[in-house]
Write a protein that binds this ligand. Structure first.
Ligand code: KG4
Ligand code: ZN
Length: 328
């Protein structure tokens, strides 16, 4: 089954063609990072306009690279949430227009679930369920009990900022470009992770995350010093605090549900310090990480998961499929 995936939840316009949930024939991503850089984060209205401009050429390129015509596509899968509502609507309306005009089935896919599916796709092997799912992205931070593809229980979430958002905001504070994760990680390598006693917030549900206080603590630390003199130590101390918090809660959640298998998803999983923490501090966990190509926002994970959603539940109704800023 040849599936066209369409992704426009945040600041990437992406389209992919994936066969039967696994084989990627093409993957096109048009990133808006350069455009949002001057705002230090995603400017929603600008994102929607950019998606509107790029969505048709990106789809055309994905089809061309897959050597297929749109008529040869069997299913259209579109990320219908969670995300920025204006951005979501662009991808969804395009997907609906194609499905209607060409009389193709359509399925709406949850973008957060798709980030976890990316780890399954990356390894091209049977994943043993149930397992723990950990989503660490720019907009989402979740711990999930994964019973099987399409069936989840939320164990924990962030009560304020997402972890990637915290990296982006700290980057802005110390004068690094957007998206902030990669430059913060690079600079952190030169800094002392124990210079500043930063730590992530505590929550009522001990597995929930809170990064807003950590971000404010970084701001206060910067006020007391010359930014240039402490930039690397601040990045290292912030990163240590944020990643150790993720590690601790992941280990606790895995214990709680009685598994040692963990699926990771989302852009922050590119962080090599995060991967090192898991391999050094918890070698007993079998961690499945997405490949770099599938960890950031992309449409292959949408097309891949869309295939399974279609097999399990059939097509969505074209007229009642809606964009949802929040799903979970
Ligand atoms: O999954 P993603 O592409 O988008 C969302 O669904 O939100 O993740 C983007 C986020 C950004 O916040 C970016 O700063 C972060 O992932 N990120 C990283 C790294 N690479 C990307 N954070 C920490 N370390 C990295 N190496
Ligand atoms: Zn994402």
């Amino acid at each position: 089954m040849r599936v066209l995936g369409i992704e426009s939840t945040c600041d990437e316009t992406a389209a992919s063609v994936v066969v039967s949930g696994q084989t990627i024939l093409s993957q096109i991503i048009s990133s808006q990072a350069d455009i949002h850089q001057k705002y230090g984060g995603v400017f929603p209205e600008v994102a929607s306009r950019q998606h509107a401009e790029m969505v048709a050429p990106v789809i055309a390129q994905a089809l061309a690279e897959a050597h297929l015509t749109i008529e040869e596509i069997d299913l259209i899968a579109v990320a219908h949430g969670p995300g920025l509502i204006g951005a979501l609507l662009v991808g969804l309306q395009m997907a609906k227009g194609l499905a209607w005009a060409l009389k193709k089935p359509i399925v709406g896919v949850n973008h957060v679930e798709a980030h976890l599916y990316a780890a399954i796709m990356s390894h091209d092997r049977e994943v043993v369920f149930p397992c723990l799912g950990v989503v660490l992205s720019g907009g989402h931070t979740f711990l999930l009990r994964v019973y099987e593809v399409g069936r989840y229980e939320i164990l924990a979430r962030t009560i304020d900022d997402a972890i990637g958002e915290a990296f982006d905001k700290v980057a802005k504070m110390v004068g690094l470009p957007y998206p902030g994760g990669p430059p913060v990680e690079r600079l952190a390598r030169q800094g002392d992770p124990y210079r500043f006693a930063l730590r992530a917030g505590r929550c009522q549900n001990p597995l929930d995350f809170s990064f807003s206080g950590l971000k404010t603590a970084v701001l206060h630390t910067l006020k007391d010093h010359s930014v240039d003199a402490i930039r690397a130590d601040v990045c290292a101390s912030f990163q240590r605090a944020a990643l150790q918090d993720v590690w601790q809660k992941t280990v606790k959640a895995a214990e709680q549900i009685g598994t040692n298998r963990v699926l990771f998803g989302g852009g922050v999983t590119n962080n090599s310090a995060l991967r090192e923490i898991f391999s050094e501090q918890s070698p007993f966990l079998h961690c499945l990480w997405p490949t770099p190509l599938l960890s950031l926002d992309n449409a292959s994970m949408i097309a891949g998961l869309g295939y399974h959603v279609y097999r399990l539940h059939g097509p969505d109704d074209l007229f009642s499929l809606e964009a949802k800023a929040r799903i979970w």
